[in-house]
Design a protein around this ligand. Structure first.
Ligand SMILES: [Zn+2]
Ligand SMILES: [Zn+2]
Length: 308
């Protein structure tokens, strides 16, 4: 039977600018109930020799790298998941060219490419991403305090950028990730601590091919705190059940917002269950669950226009 498997796709260790060694970082995720983890150091492919030797003391480890480039001093960071070897970053004065060439190198290395934190230093937006092909994911939520997930001041949020890409015909899945750097010292909002953004993949087995296939196929939801139990996402529509936070003490309340072309709100449903049946005019449908705690979850879109 397929069950939810929790994983984080973006984190750093002392192999780049994180403050703890890979074993400590993997141990944190093991202790906090994660089933799998991608250590995505800057321009470094962190591999555990004891994992290769078959040890199971860590969560399942997905090979990854944050291919890290600068273009006119703007950060262009692209995660590669399942890469077979280290990818050397490409840099040029064109943000679009830097994005495209690094995506191409990740795909060439056998990986799936994710566009990270577009609003970090306001580096690029939908206009550049619409000109780039071959990436599979966009970070819709990143737990680092400096990434401006929600946009503002005239700039789109990461979620609005996602709708622009989906509306232009791209098949892009939305991720929530930690991008954690700080595993020691204080855990405070201003530091880059773990446990803030994750995905729940739905797989039968917990092994590397199953997790990579689930993320490639969009068989997951993204969250920064909301938990979903039963969920069905297909051409027939989206239905989901929310597992409430805060227990009986002060149970949270929920609104599920269904979005379509250009991010337009198709429907908004209050309560612990929500469903939407597409109409013939819908191009794609996806849901964002809003909790009274401020937490969110994002389902992946279902496409009704025949795109793969
Ligand atoms: Zn980054
Ligand atoms: Zn990072």
């Amino acid at each position: 039977m397929k069950t939810w498997r929790k994983g984080n796709l973006h984190t750093h260790t002392t192999n780049s600018d994180g403050d703890a060694p890979p074993e400590h970082v993997a141990g944190w995720y093991e202790e906090h109930g994660y089933d799998w983890l991608c250590i995505s150091d800057h321009n470094h492919l962190t591999i555990f020799s004891d994992v290769e030797a078959g040890s199971n003391k860590w969560p399942l480890l997905v090979p990854g790298e944050e291919v890290t480039a600068n273009s006119r001093d703007l950060p262009v960071h692209i995660n590669g998941y399942g890469v077979k070897h280290l990818v050397e970053p490409f840099e040029s004065d064109s943000v679009t060219e830097t994005l495209q060439e690094n995506v191409r190198r990740i795909v060439e290395a056998g990986g799936l490419a994710s566009i990270n934190h577009p609003n970090f230093k306001w580096a690029f937006s939908a206009d550049e991403l619409l000109q780039v092909d071959g990436y599979r994911f966009l970070e819709v939520y990143n737990g680092h305090p400096a990434v401006n997930n929600f946009g503002g001041g005239g700039t789109l949020s990461a979620e609005e950028i996602w709708d622009r890409l989906l509306s232009a015909g791209k098949t892009v899945w939305g991720l929530a990730v930690d991008d954690a750097h700080h595993y020691t010292g204080e855990f405070t909002a201003g530091r880059s601590n773990p446990g803030r953004g994750w995905v729940q993949t739905r797989t039968e087995k917990l092994d590397l091919p199953s997790v990579l296939e689930a993320i490639d196929q969009g068989e997951f939801y993204a969250s920064n705190g909301v938990e979903i139990g039963d969920m069905a996402v297909s051409a027939k529509g989206i239905t989901l059940e929310i597992e409430p936070e805060n227990g009986d003490m002060s149970p949270a309340k929920y609104t599920t917002v269904f979005h379509g072309l250009n991010g337009q709100i198709l429907d908004s449903v209050d309560g612990l269950t929500a469903s939407y049946t597409p109409s013939p005019s819908d191009t794609y449908v996806r849901a964002t669950v809003h909790s009274s705690t401020g937490n969110l979850a994002w389902t992946q879109p279902v496409f009704l226009d025949g795109r793969g």
